[in-house]
Each structure stands twice: as structure tokens, then as C-alpha cells.
Design a binder for this molecule. Structure first.
Ligand code: C2O
Ligand code: CU
Ligand code: CU
Length: 478
């Protein structure tokens, strides 16, 4: 035994040192370089949604690609991401769904100064949870997201999951004018007060969807992420039975969704496992039928002619390892309620809205169209937004969200994941934690989370027009 190491060294330090002088010489820098360093540049660019030979569309892009590069991070390992702003307007990056320090949350004014043109900002955090997340701007959100700024952020499980392929579909919806350019008219009063800027072209990973070629017998993990401004989706895989294994990045009890329909509102993610049980050579449509009478085929699963990879589906468990989410203490909660108000046909609930009308950002034609608890916070987030409620650190918040409007709203909480307890009085099964909870018109949702992360946090509808036009609030954790 080498007695030089008899003083207190960590087991790890000992093993590394014992491995040889060459390694120990690099020990100190190794600590710094253990931080995963990344760089992203935000700038105008061009995209070709229909392939290399198709027309090109002027977009705004992360590192020149639509969607932005997939950031693959490791659970529990620190990352440092330098974002450089090559746009002619301010931007920020929000790491949607990641539980991180408030100062890294990317809300201009509220959690950081905006990144000015030509400047950079360094984001540093350690993702505590494995799963499917995404990143996008939180400045001029409607326009920047609508011009293409979005990318997937995948935090890998510590142990790989037993599947044959791990695929991602980052779904985006574009409103293109004739000529293939992004249509003007962001923030029209009609979009703002109704269903938001729903587009006319849907892409998967930045391309007009082609067939997805699959092999009989294979097991695929498919990460679905809806990065649209406003388009809700409900996907059905004809002839297949997808099993949901995670929602908004958080593992749930594996289950087949009701009617085999995967409802994905803007900002939501669902990870599914698909056992490819079709016959070699067969074809199966993937249909989005969210909007009545407007169903369309998103893409097609096209089996190759090879014989099945295996005779029976894998019997490996579908359950993902759980993330270290703090368990709500449901016997001892602080109750808060938010009421969503406004919109067309909303019964005139906006009459007498107080507060922050003057904060409408230039370029918003409509001003406030929505409110939360009678208050309209418009735009993207600002210094001095008064919190709607304050929670003591460590308290379990029992949050009721009541939709008094005639519209659908995916309500998103920054900094936390919420355990969804009930919908309209019925318990929600399968242990669903979500950062974005979809409320149908008139829905009442109850959820709970532990306020373990101090700071001022956003809570807003992720239909970008709705957020900009007042469906946003802030709460504080002391
Ligand atoms: Cu992805 Cu404030 O949002
Ligand atoms: Cu978010
Ligand atoms: Cu909404």
C-alpha cells in the first residue's frame, strides 16, 4: 500500500492518483474541464423545409440549423453554455422544464438582463432530471419562436434504456405566406384573443415529414416535443399502441394513453415506446386529429421488407428510473388558485382588468386580451413584475388552475415540475408530473409541487400570443 495516500483522500481521488503520475498531473485542470462547455450562436439563417432542393425560407436559428442543435447533457453533471446574440434585437434562452437556479432561467428583466445584439451570456447549471426538455428564447417570444428559435435538450439517463433506437421528433408549426416566407402579422389582435398563431406547415426536425422507415420487431423510444407557437396536436399511430413513459421529461407509470391519442399542446413533451409490430413492408399513418374536421397525416411508418428483428416484443421493463423530484406533502399544503380569464367569447371577463396594461410591448397591436386573477401581465417578463403569490421555501403548494375562458391553454410553470392531482374532480392516474398542463375550456386542474427553489418564477400560457397578451403571472419562493 502506498502510505502517501493514508491521509484523507476521497476514494475517487485515490483511485485516480493510483492510476499513475500522468493522470495525477492533470488532476487540477481536470476539475475545470469536467464542466461540459457548449456554445450557441443565435442569428438569422435560411431553412429548407422540403429538403435541399426546395425553396429556402428566411429564419432565425441556433447555430444555423432548424431546429437548433440537440443539446445532449448528462444528468447531474454541470454544463456551461455560452449564448452569443447575432440578432438585431435582444434575446435570452430559457431551458424549458429544467429545474435550475433562478438566475439561469432566461427571463429578461426578471432573472437576467437581456442579451443585447453582439453580446453573450453564460448559462451554467446542472440538470437534476433526466428526460426530454427544450430550449427557446424568452424575449420577443412570439416572433423569435415563430421565426424558428427552438431546440431539443435531452438529459440522458445515467444507465441507457433498453431500446433499439432513441428518436426525437421536434414538431414545429409555421405560418408561411405564398412564396414560402414566414408570414408577417405576428401579434394580430385576432390571433391574440383566439387560438393564437396556428400555422399552415408542420415540420418534424425542421423538415416537411417524409416516411419514417422502421424495422419489424424493433423497439423505439420516440421523444415527441411540440415547439409550436400555438398548434395543439393529438397524434395517433395507426395499427400501433404507443406507451407513454414520460411526460414533460418526467417518468410516469408506463401507460397507453386514452384512445391511443397523444395530446401535445405547445411546449409539451411525451416520450413513448413503440414496439414495431406491423408486417414487413406495411405502412401505417401517423395522424394528428386535434382539431375537429382538420385531421391530417403527419407522417407514415414505413416498414422495410426485412423479417422481424425478434419474434416477440422485448420484455424489458418500460419504466424509466425516477428523477429526484421532491415529494409534495399533501397533508400539509399551502393553497393557491389562479383563474384564467378573457379571450373572445369569454363573457367579458376582462372588464375592469387592473394593473399592468401599460406594459404591453411595442409591436403588440392588441394589448391585453387575457388575465390571470384579474391582472394582465403582457409581453415577455419585466423587472419589477409583482408576484401573484409568495411561497415559503420548502412548502408544498397545492395549486388550482381554473379556466374560465372558451379556449385551450397549456399552462407552464418555470423552475418546477408539478404533480397533476385531478382534472375536473377526477384523480389523474399514472403519476404524471408536468411543467406544462393543458386546460381545456372550463377545466379545473389541481396540482402540487414543493417550493424548493427560491426566486421569482413565471407561470404562463405557452400559446405565445396568449402569453404576450396577458396570460402570464409571476410567483415568488422566498
Ligand atoms: Cu417554455 Cu416561459 O417558457
Ligand atoms: Cu419554461
Ligand atoms: Cu392560452
Amino acid at each position: 500500500m502506498n502510505t502517501d495516500f493514508s491521509f484523507a483522500v476521497s476514494r475517487r481521488g485515490f483511485l485516480v492518483a493510483a492510476a499513475g503520475a500522468a493522470v495525477s498531473a492533470s488532476l487540477r485542470p481536470a476539475r475545470a474541464s469536467a464542466v461540459d462547455e457548449r456554445q450557441i450562436k443565435v442569428a438569422p439563417g435560411q431553412a429548407r423545409f422540403s429538403g435541399a432542393d426546395g425553396p429556402s425560407t428566411a429564419v432565425w436559428a441556433y447555430d444555423g440549423t432548424i431546429p437548433g442543435p440537440i443539446l445532449r447533457l448528462r444528468q447531474g453533471e454541470p454544463v456551461r453554455i455560452t449564448v452569443e446574440n447575432g440578432l438585431e434585437e435582444d434575446t435570452t434562452v430559457h431551458w424549458h422544464g429544467i429545474r435550475l437556479p433562478n438566475a439561469m432561467d432566461g427571463v429578461p428583466g426578471l432573472t437576467q438582463p437581456p442579451i443585447k445584439p453582439g453580446e453573450s451570456f453564460v448559462y451554467e447549471f446542472t440538470p437534476p432530471d433526466a428526460g426530454t426538455f427544450w430550449y427557446h428564447p424568452h424575449a420577443d417570444s412570439l416572433v423569435q419562436l415563430g421565426r424558428g428559435l427552438a431546440g431539443a435538450l435531452i438529459v440522458e439517463e445515467r444507465e441507457p434504456v433498453a431500446v433499439d433506437r432513441d428518436l426525437l421528433w421536434l414538431l414545429q408549426d409555421w405560418r408561411l405566406a405564398s412564396g414560402g416566407q414566414i408570414a408577417a402579422g405576428f401579434g394580430s389582435a385576432m390571433d391574440a384573443a383566439m387560438s393564437g398563431r396556428v400555422g399552415n406547415v408542420v415540420t418534424i426536425n425542421g423538415r416537411a415529414p417524409a416516411d419514417l422507415s422502421v424495422k419489424a420487431g424493433e423497439r423505439v423510444r420516440l421523444r415527441l416535443a411540440n415547439a409550436s407557437l400555438a398548434r395543439m396536436m393529438a397524434l395517433r399511430f395507426q395499427g400501433h399502441s404507443p406507451v407513454a413513459i414520460a411526460i414533460d421529461g418526467q417518468p410516469c407509470d408506463p401507460h397507453e394513453p386514452e384512445g391511443g391519442r397523444l395530446v401535445l399542446a405547445p411546449a409539451m413533451r411525451i416520450d413513448i415506446v413503440l414496439d414495431m409490430q406491423g408486417d414487413p413492408g406495411s405502412r401505417h399513418a401517423v395522424i394528428d386529429d386535434f382539431y375537429d374536421g382538420l385531421a391530417y397525416t403527419l407522417t407514415t411508418l414505413a416498414y422495410d421488407a426485412e423479417p422481424p428483428l425478434r419474434a416477440h416484443p422485448l420484455d424489458a421493463s418500460l419504466a424509466l428510473p425516477l428523477n429526484p423530484l421532491p415529494a409534495p406533502d399533501l397533508a400539509n399544503v399551502v393553497r393557491q388558485e389562479i383563474v384564467l380569464q378573457g379571450g373572445m367569447m369569454g363573457g367579458g371577463k376582462l372588464a375592469g382588468v387592473g394593473g399592468m396594461m401599460g406594459m404591453a410591448t411595442p409591436g403588440m397591436h392588441g394589448g391585453a386580451a387575457w388575465a390571470i386573477n384579474g391582472m394582465s401581465m403582457t409581453g415577455d417578463g419585466h423587472a419589477g413584475m409583482a408576484p401573484q403569490f409568495t411561497l415559503e421555501r420548502g412548502a408544498t403548494c397545492h395549486l388550482t388552475m381554473r379556466n374560465e375562458t372558451a379556449w385551450w391553454h397549456p399552462m407552464h410553470v418555470h423552475g418546477f415540475s408539478m404533480l397533476v392531482l385531478s382534472r375536473n374532480g377526477s384523480p389523474v392516474p399514472h403519476r404524471q408530473w408536468q411543467d406544462t398542463v393543458l386546460l381545456a375550456p372550463k377545466d379545473i386542474i389541481e396540482c402540487a409541487f414543493v417550493a424548493d427553489n427560491p426566486g421569482d418564477w413565471m407561470l404562463h400560457c405557452h400559446v405565445a400570443d396568449h402569453q404576450m397578451a396577458g396570460l402570464m403571472t409571476v410567483f415568488r419562493v422566498n
